[in-house]
Design a binder for this molecule. Structure first.
Ligand code: ATP
Ligand code: MG
Length: 347
């Protein structure tokens, strides 16, 4: 019997995660759940955003269903205690180096997309983002220059093994789709990107059936709003992937629609909506639960070997959206709970 750790976190995290759990329970797959505090919610009670008792729950679990972390009340804390450190810590603790972020436009959401309907309708891509390297994990610091100016720095760094393993995830993903991989970097300016490009080209030799292309990140950002239908699988680093996937989300209707998976070398993955804790709408029963519910479907598919149940969730979300169920971010007025009910009705 699989054990799911529910790490709901802060802001709208608990609201949307509760609905994802309800959907999983309705499928009657014999899953068991254990909840643990994370982020600001954990700092409040345990003095740390990722306390040992939460890590122990995550350790025991077969998969982690994560909500969101981030709470403006704790913005002033020193970095190690800030809520956001919890997700970085979980990625590091379980070696979750590969982030899969599928973006597609659900039928009926053309009007919610920031793009023209005929352009928006063509969006169906996966962003494969590296998750445990780059400026997020390089040396950081603040200081003073010789001239007495305040200074800050974050080191962008990758080694060849880190690039090769995420490149393989990109190629494997492309093999399951249209066998086209686009590697996005900034190799005209950055040493890390030149290494990235060299290694991706080497790994490509293992995948002769996949057509590999390269694009600079600035051009990719432009192309993504011009014609996202040209993209299938995008492989990119941690920082570029963070930005491009938020951008892709708006093309697909709302940040409240996009799920993600963080995977490593073992079957244990962490599944979370790509949105954050949304403090501006927290506690108002307004958040769109679709991203969290679709994240639960990714969990069934990637960690629990339940692809059929995952398809049922995807179809239920698509059906509810097609029939007009809408939370505020999609231009409607349904509450979080009512939106989830519309999905449960179609399971
Ligand atoms: P993070 O740093 O954790 O990525 P963020 O600062 O990017 O967080 P989000 O919390 O993702 O911000 O919120 C960005 C905007 O999107 C906010 O206005 C928020 O209300 C909205 N938003 C995010 N998630 C949802 C959701 N599930 N439903 C409706 N609106 C949402
Ligand atoms: Mg964000």
């Amino acid at each position: 019997m699989a054990l799911i750790a529910i790490l709901a976190g802060d802001g709208i995290g608990p609201e949307v995660t509760a609905e994802a759990r309800r959907v999983l329970e309705a499928l009657d797959l014999g899953l068991t759940f254990e909840e643990a505090k994370v982020g600001g919610a954990a700092y409040e009670v345990a003095g740390h955003p990722l306390p040992p008792e939460t890590l122990a729950v995550a350790e025991r679990a077969d998969a982690l269903l994560f909500g969101a972390v981030g709470d403006p009340r704790f913005d002033g804390l020193e970095r190690a205690h800030r809520p956001e450190q919890a997700i970085l810590g979980l990625r590091k603790a379980f070696g979750l180096f590969a982030n899969l972020r599928p973006a597609r436009l659900f039928e009926g959401l053309e009007d919610a997309s920031s793009l023209r309907p005929d352009i928006a309708r063509r969006i169906d891509m996966v962003i494969v983002r590296e998750l445990t390297g780059d400026v997020y994990f390089g040396a950081k610091g603040r200081g003073t220059t010789e001239a007495g100016l305040r200074e800050g720095h974050d080191l962008m760094r990758y080694d060849e093994e880190e690039v090769a393993r995420i490149a393989r995830v990109g190629f494997e993903t492309a093999m399951r789709r249209r066998r086209r991989l686009l590697s996005v970097d900034k190799a005209n300016v950055l040493e890390t990107s030149q290494l990235w490009r060299d290694v991706v080209i080497e790994v490509a030799k293992e995948y002769p059936d996949v057509a590999l292309d390269h694009m600079y990140v600035d051009n990719c950002a432009m192309q993504l709003v011009r014609d996202p239908g040209q993209f299938d699988v995008i492989l990119t680093g941690n920082l570029f992937g963070d930005i491009l996937s938020d951008q892709a989300s708006m093309c697909a209707g709302s940040i409240g629609m996009l799920p993600s998976a963080a995977l490593g070398a073992t079957g244990k993955g962490l599944y979370e909506p790509i949105h954050g804790s949304a403090p501006d709408i927290a506690g108002q029963d307004k958040a769109n639960p679709c991203a969290a519910i679709l994240s639960a479907a990714m969990m069934l598919r990637h960690s629990l070997g339940q692809a059929e149940a995952a398809d049922r969730i995807d179809a239920a979300v698509a059906g509810a959206i097609r029939d007009g169920a809408r939370t505020g971010d999609l231009g409607g007025s349904l509450s979080t709970r009512a939106m989830a009910d519309a999905i449960l009705d179609r399971l």
